[in-house]
Ligand binder design. Structure first.
Ligand code: AMP
Length: 147
């Protein structure tokens, strides 16, 4: 059976790194570098209003010659967020990311943000599924040969 989003989250730190829309791009990048992550969610109070990733920096700041200390996150974040529910599974995560060409999905349960899954988390979960399938098939085959 496919790994659920809830299971993926259970193997991760519960910390969700976020910034306010008024934060400067420089401060957000500094936070991302220190935490060694590639995206931050943008929260206004409790409300999720966007996401800012390294791609947004590359395309909307660096390529346009904007200064990261003078640019606010609200001006360069992506506003229309796609999210996923903890009851969905890793195949759904892969399908949404592939169709939409992004690598981050906030996890929302009953309207509340409970985590974020990345393409790295999804690849790790699929590799573990495959490892288990191979182990089961190997023991099945060796069992067959033995009898
Ligand atoms: P990424 O591949 O995650 O770095 O993101 C590529 C682009 O998609 C960037 O412009 C992001 O802001 C945007 N993006 C990333 N994740 C999401 C998401 N869950 N919903 C909507 N846009 C997103």
């Amino acid at each position: 059976m496919s790994t659920s989003v809830k299971e993926i989250l259970s193997g991760k730190s519960t910390q969700i790194l976020s910034v306010a829309p008024e934060t400067s791009v420089y401060e957000a990048l500094d936070l991302m570098a220190r935490a060694d992550i590639s995206a931050v969610l943008v929260l206004e109070g409790d409300r999720m209003v966007g996401i800012f990733t390294e791609r947004d920096y590359a395309r909307k700041v660096a390529l346009r010659g904007r200064n990261s200390k003078d640019t606010r996150i609200r001006d360069v974040m992506t506003q229309n967020l796609l999210t996923i529910s903890p009851t969905q599974d890793v195949d759904d995560v892969m399908a949404i990311m592939t169709e939409n060409r992004f690598r981050h999905l906030p996890v929302v349960e009953r309207g509340q943000l409970i985590g974020i899954v990345t393409i790295g988390d999804a690849v790790k979960a699929v590799m573990e599924e495959q490892r288990q399938t191979i182990a089961q098939l190997s023991s099945y085959i060796s069992g067959e040969i033995a009898t």
